[in-house]
Design a protein around this ligand. Structure first.
Ligand code: S3P
Length: 442
C-alpha cells in the first residue's frame, strides 16, 4: 500500500533572478542553540531559528527529556534551561528521523547523563556510520554501543563517570568533534580533540558564548566541565541553503541576487571561494558579528564559469555544498576535479553516486572516483533525476533546471523541508516555474 505519496518537482528553464531572497536559519547553529540552551542555566531566546524537520527533531528530543520549550512565533524559540544535570530520562527511544547532527551530538551529551537512553532514526539515518562516535565515547568510559554493523540503534546506559581523553580524530567531522566536546562537559579532567582538517567550529563558538571553558591549545580543542549560562541567540541564515541560490544566480543570464545576513564563518564559507575561483561574481557586503558568528549580505550576479581542481583543504569546509558546486561544474567550461571527498558517500545519501547518476541523466560527462568525481561542463539537458530522498540533491537538481535545455523532473523531494522549509515558495517567488506533484511510490 502506498501510504506516503512521493513528492516530485518539475522545473522549467528560465527565471528572473533579481532582488532579495531571505534564506532560512542555519541548521547547524539552530541545533547547537537548542542543545546548549537546554543544558544551560536560565533562559535562551533564539531568533532566526530554522523551523526545519531536522531541528524540530532535536527540539522534540529535549521536550521528551523534560525541557520546557516555548514557540512564541515562527523562527523563535524560548528554552527554559535545566542546567548540566537537569535532563530527565525519556520514556521511549529518541527517534531522530533524518538528522545526523541530532544523533551524533546527542550521543555525546547522553553519554554523560545519569539515565539510560536509546537513539534511532529513519531508513537513511539507520545506515549512516556511528562507530566513529561510539568508539571514542567508550574510551571516555561511556556505557554506549551501536549495532554490530556500526549503525543505529545506539543504546546508552547511565553514565558511570566519564573521563576526559585526548583524541586524534581519524575523520574530519564537526559532528564527531562536537559529540566529544559535549561529553567532555560531563567528564572529569580535560577532554581534547585534534582534527585531521579544519571543520565547522559552531560548537566551540557557542560554548564560549554561553560561558563554557573551551580553548584551542597545543593539545587541540579542549574542554572542561563548567556550567553554561543561557543567552539570547540570533541564528544567521544558512550558507548551505544559500549555496543553491548562489549557483542559480551564476548560471541564469541577467541574475542579480542579494541574500541577506548569511553566516560566513570561515569554517563554512569555502563555497564562496570555490565559486569565485570558477569565475563567479560574488561580493560580501555589510559584514557584522552575530552572537559570535560573522554574517554578511551575499550579492551574486550572473557570470560565465570555468572548471577548477577543487583544493583539498577546502573540501571539509564546503562538505554540504558539493551538490550545489557540482551543478556549477556542470555549467562550467572544462573539467572540474573533486578529490578527497569520500565523506560525501556517507551523508543523507551517497552524494557522489547520486550526483553522478543525476548529472549523467542530464547528458553531462562525469567520471566517478572513490573519493570524488570529474565533471566535464557544458549545458545540461532536460531529464529525470532521482534525489535519493536527500534534501540537498533535490535542491541541487532543481537549480540545475534553471538554465538547462529542457525541463528537469526531480523525484522524491519531500525531504527539502529537513533544511529548507518553504523552498518551493522561495523558488516560485523568484519567478521560477516549478510544478510540484504527488506521485505514487509503487
Ligand atoms: C554538521 C557537520 C557536517 C555536515 C552536516 C552538519 C554539523 O557533518 O555535513 O550537515 O552540524 O556539525 P560531518 O561533521 O559529519 O562532516
Amino acid at each position: 500500500m502506498n501510504i506516503n505519496p512521493r513528492l516530485d518537482f518539475c522545473v522549467q528553464p528560465g527565471a528572473d533572478l533579481t532582488g532579495r531572497l531571505t534564506i532560512p536559519g542555519d541548521k547547524s547553529i539552530s541545533h547547537r542553540a537548542l542543545i546548549l540552551g537546554a543544558i544551560a542555566q536560565g533562559t535562551t531566546h533564539i531568533t532566526g531559528f530554522l523551523d526545519g524537520e531536522d531541528t524540530i527533531t532535536t527540539l522534540s528530543a529535549f521536550r521528551q527529556m523534560g525541557v520546557r520549550i516555548e514557540r512564541p512565533a515562527p523562527h523563535e524559540v524560548i528554552i527554559h534551561g535545566v542546567g548540566l544535570d537537569g535532563l530527565q530520562a525519556p520514556s521511549q527511544a529518541l527517534n531522530l528521523a533524518n538528522s545526523g547532527t541530532s544523533v551524533r551530538l546527542l550521543a555525546g551529551l547522553l553519554a554523560g547523563q545519569a539515565f539510560d537512553s536509546e537513539l534511532c532514526g529513519d531508513a537513511s539515518l539507520m545506515q549512516r556510520p556511528m562507530r566513529r562516535i561510539t568508539e571514542p565515547l567508550r574510551q571516555m568510559n561511556a556505557n554506549i554501543r551501536c549495532s554490530e554493523t556500526g549503525t543505529l540503534p545506539i543504546v546508552i546506559g547511565a553514565s558511570n563517570a566519564l573521563q576526559g581523553i585526548h583524541y586524534k580524530m581519524p575523520v574530519a567531522s564537526a559532528q564527531l568533534k562536537s559529540s566529544l566536546l559535549l561529553a567532555g562537559l560531563y567528564a572529569s579532567g580535560k577532554t581534547c580533540v585534534t582534527e585531521p582538517a579544519v571543520t565547522r567550529d559552531h560548537t566551540e563558538r557557542m560554548l564560549r558564548h554561553f560561558g563554557g571553558a573551551v580553548r584551542k591549545t597545543q593539545e587541540g580543542i579542549c574542554i572542561e566541565r563548567q556550567p553554561l549560562l543561557g543567552k539570547p541567540i540570533e541564528v544567521p541564515a544558512d550558507i548551505s541553503s544559500a549555496a543553491f541560490f548562489m549557483v542559480a544566480a551564476c548560471i541564469v543570464e541577467g541574475a542579480d541576487l542579494l541574500l541577506p545576513r548569511i553566516g560566513i564563518n570561515p569554517t563554512r564559507h569555502a563555497v564562496i571561494e570555490i565559486l569565485q575561483s570558477m569565475g563567479a561574481d560574488i561580493k560580501l557586503e555589510n559584514t557584522q558579528d552575530c552572537c559570535g558568528e560573522p554574517v554578511a549580505d551575499i550579492h551574486i550576479r550572473h557570470s560565465a564559469l570555468h572548471a577548477i581542481n577543487i583544493p583539498a583543504h577546502l573540501v571539509p569546509i564546503a562538505i554540504d555544498e558539493f551538490p550545489a558546486i557540482l551543478i556549477a561544474a556542470a555549467y562550467a567550461e572544462g573539467e572540474t576535479v573533486l578529490t578527497g571527498a569520500a565523506e560525501l558517500r556517507v551523508k543523507e545519501s551517497d552524494r557522489i553516486q547520486a550526483m553522478t547518476a543525476g548529472l549523467r541523466a542530464l547528458a553531462i560527462d562525469v567520471t566517478e572516483t572513490d573519493d570524488g568525481m570529474r565533471v566535464k561542463g557544458g549545458r545540461p539537458s532536460g531529464g529525470i533525476v532521482d534525489s535519493y530522498t536527500d534534501h540537498r540533491i533535490a535542491m541541487a537538481f532543481t537549480v540545475a533546471g534553471l538554465a538547462a535545455s529542457g525541463p528537469i523532473t526531480v523525484h522524491d523531494c519531500a525531504n527539502v523541508s529537513t533544511s529548507f522549509p518553504g523552498f518551493v515558495d522561495a523558488v516560485s517567488g523568484l519567478g521560477i516555474v516549478i510544478d510540484v506533484s504527488h506521485a505514487s511510490n509503487g
